[in-house]
Ligand binder design. Sequence first.
Ligand code: ZN
Length: 339
Amino acid sequence: MNQVSSMTPKVYDQQTLCLYCRELFDEKKHPQPFSDEHIVPEGIGGTHVLPNAVCPSCRTLTSNTYEVRTIRSTFQIPRIILGVRRKKQRQRNKKRGSPSLPMVALGNNTVSIAEPDLTVTGRDFPQLFHLPKFDRAGFYTGIPNDDICTSFRVVLVDLGVTNKLPAGGVTVSIKIDFFEFAMTLIKMAYSYALANNLHLQTDINDIRDLIFGNRTDVFNFFGSFESDSDKTSELHTLSHSVLKGLVIVKLHLFSAYTKQSYMVVIGKSNQGPISVSGSSKMKLPAFSGNRIALVDNAVKLNTNYDNTHVRNPNEMFRANEIISDKMLLPKKNRILSYK
Ligand SMILES: [Zn+2]
């Protein structure tokens, strides 16, 4: 079995304000402490904790939504094959049985999209997983991305363990919801930003509006870095920098295994709000199942792995031919302007 990396645990200072609504913690008003917040979710091995950080009403806003669904979909394979599930869950699973890897189909079913019907467990499962790769964030490039994911690729992360797969290999089907994936990472970057006092050097109201569902231009804030980062010994590596006058959080998830990383624009460095000229700021209700269902950004990928598969780390699959035309809307080349 691979040597699985972990994240060096870190506990930040006790918070006095709710991360999201910025309400002050008041012992008279709040008999119970606020909830702790894991910057990277525990479900994928996050061990950086902000104590007393989320008030009860924001807890309902931010839990059981896109984050949980992303952990159970895009992150399901890596969290199981890397064994990075949360401790509590492992104890619970002893009673109930582990969350399962997706079923696979025998042979190459990438075209026919046969329904997967075979269960393989543990080391018999191909030791690979996918992460989506996006364009750079709209605020960073100056080209608005709004709430539509105009193009994406899928990065294959290979753990370098060769399995004996059946002749013809197996086909693994994965589903990635880009919008939910992006929002999950935006939430991580936001809590990282507040934990590291980045709100003292930028206006966090725009990204807060996004988290509260008051705006939808997700891909103005979120994207992938254009160049590879160094791999690290940590399971996940979070950092921040000022680039092009923007405060940017870099999320290098599974950094022990992949070079690709994501960017989240928190705001304009030392300045007022960032804005896009002509961008629609839609007023929407807070996140709910219905809200997410309206965003048709999920894609299903069927990938065949066999014993002759050329395992280039970070091999790129051009996924454009797999996704529907709806997702490839032409980019509007409006130029961003800053207030
Ligand atoms: Zn709150």
